[in-house]
Design a protein around this ligand. Structure first.
Ligand code: NDP
Length: 295
């Protein structure tokens, strides 16, 4: 990064702290009113290290806002039928406000079937088609955590969005596609003119260079370089990757989908990796769980 900061930080840690303080006070009210704390369960299948880290941070975050949490760990050998059976039980568990099944799942389990099996009223990850349909129609419901977290980050820092050209790179069901919908809605933040790009997009650079707001969820380390970004753009980096780095004590460093050291100085606002979108994703999950508990 340049010595003189020419950009402002979209600081996901700071924003999360502020939002989590509000969640904690609302959670205390819910707990006092109904005599039990908001309760989130997380299902982890198998031993994937990254998934375990994510789930553990979610469980820890619950404690930080006064929620109860339950971690259900299943071996990698769990069959699809066994997992669906567990989901059916969780759907009917009145002691829970919501639950998530951490993705990715082992290859022999069909993620689509699992997502569809979750009762939309418990779907605090916001991945069920009913949740996504409600988002498209602007009806109340659970928003997918990462895009909702990005919207919250833009709102927290008062980044103007109306009338801006927002370019989203990546069209996954959990990030890029819902992101493009949220940014085009008639809400604030929102009201953008949105271009959604993907691996078949021709001349990506000519499109990203037109972006007033560039949101990158592509899953390729440091893919977006300075020449692909307009001077003064708002840049949100969703990607997260471990890159081997022998100079670091732990042997790796974290980078995003954007080459931060050259793109940040060109930006007006920039979300860092780590400490940008990541903490906001977990905060959105807490917000969805609170919403479920307030019903
Ligand atoms: P996916 O792999 O599901 O999707 C990647 C998207 O990028 C696809 O739509 C793909 O296009 C597109 N793409 C790939 N190559 C190119 C290219 N050369 N040009 C343009 N588009 C391209 O990824 P996710 O959305 O799940 O995740 C993206 C990144 O965000 C990952 O690094 C992930 O780890 C991170 N992530 C971070 C979260 C957080 O909380 N911080 C939460 C979720 C994800 P096509 O559809 O044509 O294949």
């Amino acid at each position: 990064m340049s010595d003189v900061a020419t950009y402002r930080l979209l600081d996901g840690k700071q924003c999360s702290e502020a939002v989590r303080a509000e969640i904690a006070s609302k959670a205390a009210a819910v707990t006092a009113q109904r005599g039990r704390a908001p309760h989130l369960a997380a299902v982890l299948v198998g031993n994937d290290g990254a998934s375990r880290t994510y789930v553990e941070s979610k469980v820890k975050a619950c404690a930080s806002v006064g929620f109860r949490s339950s971690l259900i760990e299943l071996p990698a050998s769990t069959t699809e039928a066994e997992l669906l059976d567990l989901i059916a039980k969780l759907n009917g568990d009145r002691d829970l406000d919501g639950f998530i099944v951490q993705l990715p799942l082992p290859k022999h389990i069909n993620e689509e079937k699992v997502t569809l099996a979750i009762d939309p009223s418990q779907d605090v990850d916001g991945f069920h088609p009913e949740s996504l349909g409600r988002m498209v129609l602007g009806l109340p419901g659970f928003l997918p955590a990462t895009p909702a977290g990005i919207v919250e980050l833009l709102r927290h820092y008062g980044v103007p969005t109306a009338g801006k050209h927002c370019v989203v790179v990546g069209r996954s069901n959990i990030v890029g596609t819902p992101m493009s919908i949220l940014m085009s809605r008639n809400t604030e933040p929102g009201n953008c003119t949105v271009t959604l790009t993907h691996s078949r997009t021709k001349d990506l650079t000519s499109i990203t260079r037109q972006a007033d707001i560039l949101i990158v969820a592509i899953g390729k380390p440091e893919f977006i370089t300075a020449d692909m970004v307009k001077e003064g753009a708002v840049v949100v980096d969703v990607g997260i990757h471990r890159i081997t780095d022998p100079t670091k004590k732990r042997g790796f460093r974290l980078v995003g989908d954007v080459k931060a050291q050259e793109v940040a100085p060109k930006s007006s606002w920039f979300s860092p990796v780590p400490g940008g979108v990541g903490p906001m994703t977990i905060t959105s999950l807490l917000l969805n769980t609170l919403k479920a508990a307030q019903r």
